[in-house]
Design a protein. Structure first.
Length: 161
């Protein structure tokens, strides 16, 4: 019985340390800078998951400026910039149309067996978006294409209207 109690306390200690580190990262900018220097993937992963990181707690609860309050609600929203699209996965469409001929790996049973050339106008699924390129999938094969070679920005703008 005492052995089970000891295992529980070890787990509780590990979980509490993990929670402390997470809160310290989100709330203490110098600690965040230290972590970002040594482990840059942490910030990328948090931004990728849509977690907003603020340098000061008051930024998270900022009041709208008088100009923002004076604008009518019926005004159209400005189209999000590419950086906003990359950071906010909720803006990502599920698929895009290729504007340019693209070479993809031909995949059979999970193995690459050659290459296939897709013509412009083919719909492909989005896997990941980076600032200058999009990872897309077509029938199990994946490729990186430039954002300008897809209708990504047009689709995001259309969904914002």
């Amino acid at each position: 019985m005492e052995e089970e109690h000891s295992k529980f306390w070890r787990l509780a200690l590990i979980l509490s340390l993990a929670a402390f580190v997470a809160v310290a990262y989100l709330r203490i900018p110098p600690f965040r800078d230290l972590v970002n220097e040594k482990f840059p993937w942490v910030k990328e992963e948090l931004v990728h998951r849509g977690i907003k990181i603020v340098n000061h707690p008051s930024e998270a609860y900022a009041e709208p400026t008088p100009e923002a309050a004076a604008t009518p609600q019926s005004a159209p929203k400005p189209a999000p910039a590419l950086e906003q699209i990359v950071a906010n996965r909720a803006l990502w469409p599920k698929e895009v149309i290729l504007k340019k001929q693209t070479i993809f790996p031909a995949v059979v049973n999970g193995k690459e067996v050659g290459k296939i050339t897709l013509p412009a106008g083919i719909t492909v699924q989005i896997y990941k978006i980076e600032p200058d390129r999009v990872a897309v999938i077509y029938k199990g094969g994946g490729a990186w294409v430039q954002v300008a070679e897809t209708d990504l920005l047009e689709r995001v703008r259309a969904s914002q209207r």
